[in-house]
Write a protein that binds this ligand. Structure first.
Ligand code: KG4
Length: 335
């Protein structure tokens, strides 16, 4: 079943052709360079750029797969969650395409597709498993009991891990997307020199809180500026990264133990973080757990992961009518 999938939830306009878990093409037009000027994504600009790019990106995806619109069996689209104006571009384009081609339209939840990125290069991975989903807008630990059945057992009470690293990086004067830069320049942490806090996460056993850490870095930078002191940015970057990874790894491993999972997957943009990958790999090996994460090119937003999840959504009878709307927020277990 050949699916043309479309992703426009944030600042990448992406289209892909997939067949089951096989990726036949994967095209991503990123807007990062433009948003960098503003230090973060400007929603209005994102929507306009999606509108300009979407048709070309789809044509390129078909061309790269060596097929035409007539060979497509279904259209899949990210419909939630994300920037509402950005999502609407993809949703409306997909509705028009599905109607004109007379093929089914498959709505795909963005976080589900991030999890599905793990299926692309890991042929043996199948539910049930535990997933740590870490992106710029979301941080959750979810049970993946089947391809379309999810249960959240913990999540962030405030900022996402990616948001925390992005904003800490911005305060440190690093370019957008800050999390990527922070990971690149980080050297060795020094917790004595920069005693950053472990934010409390309330009563939820598997919940996170990252806003306190973000604020601590912002305050650290302001205080240093007022005193005219120089900061060791690569060391602070490494200390922030360590704090975030400590929290993510600790809760994920404890959740796996409590709920009896032997397989863990990591997903979302922050799954590209080098320390998170290295330390989780080591911890899982020591505990006899199987660990999966997507190839780097499938960690960030892309449409290949949307197509792979769409295959399972379609098998579960999840198709949309022409009245499909976009949603800025929606829980992963919505259906
Ligand atoms: O999944 P994603 O591409 O978009 C969302 O759906 O949010 O995630 C983007 C997030 C950004 O916060 C970005 O800074 C972060 O992923 N990110 C990283 C790394 N690569 C991307 N954070 C830390 N280390 C990285 N290597």
């Amino acid at each position: 079943m050949k699916i043309l999938s479309i992703e426009s939830s944030c600042d990448e306009t992406a289209a892909a052709v997939t067949d089951g878990r096989r990726v036949l093409s994967n095209i991503v037009a990123t807007q990062i360079a433009e948003h960098r000027i503003y230090g973060g994504v400007v929603p209005e600009i994102a929507s306009r750029r999606h509108t300009e790019a979407i048709s070309t990106v789809c044509s390129e995806a078909l061309k790269a797969a060596g097929i035409g619109y007539g060979d497509i069996d279904a259209i899949a689209v990210t419909f939630a969650p994300g920037l509402i104006g950005a999502l609407l571009v993809g949703v409306n384009f997909s509705k028009g395409l599905a109607m004109s081609l007379k093929v089914p339209l498959i709505p795909v939840h963005h976080l589900r597709s991030h999890i599905a990125a793990n299926y692309i290069d890991n042929a043996e991975l199948e539910p049930p498993f535990l997933c740590l989903l870490v992106s710029g807008g979301n941080t959750v630990i979810a049970e993946v009991s089947d391809y379309t059945k999810f249960k959240i057992i913990g999540g962030t009470l405030d900022d996402a891990a990616g948001e925390c690293m992005d904003k800490a990086a911005r305060a440190l004067g690093l370019q957008y997307p800050g999390g990527v830069m922070l990971d690149k320049i980080a050297t060795e942490p020094d917790e004595k020199k920069y005693p950053l806090p472990y934010p409390h996460s309330g009563s939820g056993e598997f919940d996170f809180s990252f806003s306190g850490l973000k604020t601590a870095v912002v305050n650290l930078v302001h205080n240093a500026q007022q005193r005219g002191e120089a900061l060791d940015v690569p060391v602070i970057a490494a200390t922030v990264r360590k704090r975030v990874c400590d929290m993510l790894i600790d809760k994920t491993l404890r959740a796996a133990e409590k709920y009896g999972y032997k397989t863990i997957a990591v997903a979302g943009g922050v799954s590209a973080n080098s320390e998170l990958r290295r330390r989780l790999k080591c911890e899982c090996k020591n505990r006899g757990l199987k660990l999966y994460y997507p190839e780097l090119k499938y960690c960030g937003d892309n449409a290949a992961m949307v197509g792979v999840q769409a295959y399972y959504e379609y098998a579960d009878g999840n198709t949309a009518s022409p009245s499909l709307n976009a949603n800025a927020t929606m829980p992963i277990d919505y259906r």
